[in-house]
Every structure is written in structure tokens, then in C-alpha cells.
Design a protein around this ligand. Structure first.
Ligand code: 6PG
Length: 249
């Protein structure tokens, strides 16, 4: 697996790189094939979505994308906490993407039933590799505690589940979440970790450089063995990295 580290001066440059990742994948894909993307929640993706909506409204073939989420909070779709709401407002309402291409995780449904339903939906619409759906692009954020998607430290059993989606719980707020698991994440063609800001610099360095104590962090288990892993960082988030070059692992 290749790990590519890209460091940017500004969030716009990072967002532009992400846009180009989408364009590149669409370019090499047969025209009749959809590009399946699992989006992350949080503030970092939000700024990327806003950039895409303003700068790439016309030059990305949005109708060729299938939009999924790597995780969702168990709240109504119009709730301030909803990843769907954030994505809809910052991107999906601004670009021409058919509603049938958008696969919302129903945060307002019973969590266990929805995890199962979404697992089946992803299996139905995302082409498989080794009998597991394989996303073209899996977007992930990184929490300061080393969580990713909605898998938090101390819950590695969820990352190792054989299901594609499971019910998780935020350790502080106890908010229920529906999250993708390692079997799905690590089957992706490309996983893109996004992290910006000084506050992420310590955890970025801990995870990328696999520092002692990091072995129990969910983010460290992200390893798309038959794909590639990108870290899109701004200079502040990368500031504690000793070695900023790409790695082969
Ligand atoms: C969520 C995300 C979560 C997020 C990280 C980083 O639903 O909140 O999936 O994993 O990506 O907490 O969030 P920020 O980008 O806001 O720091």
C-alpha cells in the first residue's frame, strides 16, 4: 500500500487537490460507470464541500457520482448535527446531482435497522472487490483522540466487525452514530484522510509515524491494502511530522 502525504498552505489548495482527485478518477473511468464516494462529516470536509460548490459547480460531472457517507450521527436529516444536512447545504443543493445518486444514512431511523439497511444499500450500488463493496474514494476525518468515521478509541472491535456498518456511540455525548467499519474502509481504492489546523498536528504525527501508544487508535488501522492512502494536510496539521515524504508499507 502506498501512503501519500500532501501538504498545502491553504484549505483552498487542499480542496482544489481533492477536486482534482475526483476529476482524475472520472476521466479514466468508462463513461457509463459511476464514481462511488463516501463522504465524512465534521468541519474540515465542510470547507471542502463549500469550495467544490463554488469553484467546481460546472467542471465536475456530478451526475456521474454516487454519494454515500462514511458515518452519520443518529439525528434527523435537518438537525444541526447531521452530516447529511451539512453536506446538503454546503454542496448537494448547489450542484446538479440527481437525488437518486444520493444515499443518505437515515439518522432518524432505528440505528441497528439502519446500519443493516445501509450495509445492503452499499452492497447493492457499490461494485465489489473480493466480495466487499469497493469505494472509489473514501473520505475520512481524524479526531484529536485518533478516532475516524465514528469509531472511537476503545472500540476497535467495531473497526474489526465483519459488517460494513455498525452502531457506535460518541464517548462523551453518548450520541448514537452509524459508522463504516474497517472491512469496508480498507477495501477502498483510495482513502483520503483530511486534517487541518494546529490542534490536529499531534495526532497527525502520532498516527502517520505510528508513535508508541498509537496502536490502539482506530485511525491507525486504516490500511487499504489493495489501494492507496492519501493524507491531505495543511502546514499547521503537518507541523509535527518528522518525515513528510510518502511511504510504502
Ligand atoms: C463526524 C466525522 C468525524 C470527523 C472528525 C474530525 O461525523 O464527526 O466523521 O470522524 O471527521 O471528528 O472532525 P473535524 O474535521 O471537524 O475536526
Amino acid at each position: 500500500m502506498e501512503t501519500k502525504i500532501e501538504i498545502f498552505k491553504t484549505k483552498d489548495e487542499l480542496s482544489q487537490f481533492f477536486a482534482e482527485m475526483i476529476v482524475e478518477r472520472l476521466k479514466v473511468m468508462p463513461k457509463e460507470r459511476f464514481c462511488s464516494i463516501a463522504l465524512s462529516g465534521g468541519s474540515t470536509p465542510q470547507s471542502i464541500f463549500q469550495y467544490l460548490a463554488t469553484k467546481h459547480k460546472k467542471n465536475i460531472a456530478w451526475e456521474r457520482l454516487l454519494i454515500f457517507w462514511s458515518d452519520e450521527r443518529c439525528v434527523a436529516p435537518d438537525d444541526q448535527e447531521s452530516n447529511y444536512r451539512m453536506t446538503k447545504e454546503s454542496l448537494l443543493d448547489q450542484v446538479s446531482i440527481p437525488a437518486t445518486n444520493i444515499f443518505r444514512i437515515k439518522g432518524d431511523a432505528d440505528p441497528a435497522s439502519e446500519a443493516k439497511r445501509y450495509d445492503e444499500a452499499v452492497r447493492q450500488f457499490v461494485p465489489s472487490y473480493n466480495d466487499i463493496p469497493r469505494f472509489d474514494l473514501m473520505m475520512l476525518g481524524l479526531g484529536e483522540d485518533g478516532h475516524t468515521a465514528s469509531i472511537f478509541p476503545g472500540n476497535l472491535h467495531l473497526f474489526k466487525s465483519k459488517e460494513l456498518f455498525v452502531v457506535a456511540e460518541h464517548p462523551q455525548t453518548k450520541q448514537k452514530r452509524i459508522t463504516s467499519t474497517g472491512v469496508l474502509i480498507n477495501n477502498s481504492k483510495t482513502v483520503v484522510f483530511l486534517a487541518t489546523g494546529e490542534a490536529k498536528s499531534a495526532i497527525v504525527s502520532t498516527v502517520i509515524e505510528a508513535k508508541s501508544g498509537s496502536e490502539n487508535l482506530p485511525a491507525l488501522l486504516v490500511h487499504p491494502e489493495n489501494g492507496e492512502l492519501f493524507w491531505l494536510l495543511d502546514e499547521k496539521a503537518a507541523s509535527k511530522l518528522i518525515n513528510k515524504t510518502d511511504k510504502k508499507t
